[in-house]
Write a protein that binds this ligand. Structure first.
Ligand code: ADP
Ligand code: MG
Length: 478
């Protein structure tokens, strides 16, 4: 009976899998596609020339044995190398097993998967020259203040932070390789990425850590092409133990950079070096990214950073003040944390402005001053919703008379309506906490803060209450 190429390759894979580390198997064997089996020749498709060379260099013995076992002593293996669409001549490689003459087959002329036209540059993708390279000292480009110490932990960042911490304890040896940290702007990606690098350096001073912004990487690559020293460029990166690339989304649409990065990535990964990436989007939303690169990103862990909750925001501000030795009334800190909710960088910006204002004008830092400054940082909502309007909507919703809110009564449903009115006033108006309190039963700002907290807690714990809040919110926006 004729053997099918798929089945034969499957059986080969079983043997191979038992003989090499799982990660290597994933890297170098899973991407292979069996193409055909004619006579005793099994043809497999590999993603690139680099891939082919790597298999030949590292797994030739294992491949030989396996092929022999499956196809007998006359068994041969042929490679078909996928070229980029710009390279049409994807004629298959032929490597004969058993054969002693593998040099001859490797020297077949073949297009490179990247456009490196100058002579000698084939070596660039040849990872085997590295051992001769002298170890040079690499400037890590890490910022000391972006440490784990200064990174406040909260529900919003717990997964990413613990994965980062685990990596720093054991770079390249956890399942988090690569670690991809993603979030929208100003939520701590860069900070956490630096923290991981700093911590690795502190745990393993001998390790080479490099933090690089992706646009820097791109520019350096372009320079290297211009100066005809891509060799050095690639070798430099292949030497790194922990490579941190910030804002990887910038390689979108840049095919050649992606290609080069792909090879660097493979080399590092194969050698159990650690890769940390950040991105402003989850991997699935990264457009203009080569699928083979994207699929690499999914090998490890993609962890997002979310908007921090109020407590975490307050803690972040306090940490910053403490670090800089600045004192500020707690109510101002709380006000800041309340007002700026979606971007930590903006919140810190507001804090700095308040400090600057108070220093320049020799004013003490008060809630009033904070309010004046905050307006500049909070985006104007499209339409102003007034406190009065909010009170009306809330009362209508619960069929309560409008006066109830301003009355002194402590009946449960009225207290709740009042708290909701305060909560929505905080959410939808730019009024100060004191103003809101004044209009909702003549209360002080602390009562308003308490009301907002209570509502937030109930939203999280009480399903029915959450529905109230969502429905009122909808009515307010009509
Ligand atoms: P991103 O890279 O996501 O745009 P950054 O890392 O630049 O965000 O963070 C913006 C600012 O917020 C930085 O000054 C950073 O120190 C601060 N920051 C973010 N998250 C935290 C946190 N969990 N603890 C302390 N500071 C934080
Ligand atoms: Mg950043």
């Amino acid at each position: 009976m004729r053997k099918k190429h798929g089945e034969v390759w499957e059986r080969c894979l079983k043997v191979i899998k038992d003989n090499i580390p799982f990660q290597s198997f994933k890297t170098w064997f899973e991407p292979i596609v069996p193409v055909s089996l004619e006579e005793d020749v099994l043809t497999i498709q590999v993603p690139s020339q680099f891939f082919y060379e790597w298999l030949e260099e590292h797994y030739i013995g294992l491949l030989k044995k396996t092929i022999k076992k499956e196809l007998g002593t006359g068994g041969r293996l042929e490679y078909s190398v996928i070229m980029d669409s710009s390279y049409q001549d994807s004629k298959p490689y032929s490597a004969n097993y058993p054969s002693n003459d593998k040099r001859a087959t490797r020297n077949n002329p073949v297009s490179m998967p990247i456009d490196l036209t100058k002579s000698g540059e084939r070596d660039i993708l040849n990872p085997f020259i590295i051992p001769g390279l002298k170890k040079i000292k690499v400037e890590s480009q890490l910022v000391e203040t972006y440490s784990f110490d200064n990174f406040i932990e909260g529900d919003c960042n717990r997964l990413a932070r613990s994965a980062g911490w685990a990596i720093a304890e054991n770079p390249g040896k956890t399942a988090f390789n690569p670690l991809l940290i993603y979030s929208s702007v100003g939520l701590g990606k860069t900070h956490l990425a630096h923290a991981i690098g700093l911590q690795v350096k502190s745990n393993f001073p001998e390790k080479t850590v490099l933090y690089v912004k992706t646009d820097q990487f791109i520019n350096k690559y372009i320079d290297s092409v211009r100066n005809n020293n891509q060799n050095d460029f690639i070798h430099f990166y292949q030497m790194i133990d922990v490579l941190i690339m910030d804002d990887i989304q910038f390689v979108a649409g840049k095919e050649k950079t992606q290609d080069v990065f792909f090879h660097i990535f493979n080399h590092l990964h194969q050698n159990n070096r650690q890769i940390v990436l950040t991105s402003d989007k989850p991997p699935v939303e990264l457009k203009g990214m080569e699928p083979r690169l994207l699929s690499r990103f999914k090998w490890g862990l993609a962890a997002d950073l979310q908007v921090p909750d109020l407590e975490t925001r307050i803690a972040i501000l306090q940490k910053k003040l403490y670090k800089d030795g600045i004192e500020m009334p707690y109510e101002v800190v709380e006000y800041l944390a309340y007002s700026i909710t979606t971007n930590i960088r903006e919140m810190e910006g507001a804090l700095i402005s308040i400090l600057a204002q108070s220093t320049l004008n020799k004013k003490s830092i008060t809630l009033e001053l904070a309010k004046q400054m905050i307006d500049k940082f909070v985006k104007n909502s499209a339409r102003e919703i007034s406190i009065d309007y909010i009170q009306k909507v809330v009362c209508d919703y619960f069929s309560l008379p409008l006066e109830a809110i301003n009355s002194k009564t402590r009946k449960r449903e009225i207290v709740q309506a009042r708290q909701l009115a305060m909560f929505f006033s905080k959410k939808h108006t730019k009024s100060s906490l004191a103003t809101i309190g004044l209009h909702c039963g003549n209360k002080d700002h602390a009562t308003v803060l308490h009301a907002c907290r209570t509502v937030n807690n109930l939203v999280e714990t009480d399903k029915r209450f959450r529905i109230y809040v969502e429905e009122i919110d909808k009515k307010l926006k009509l």
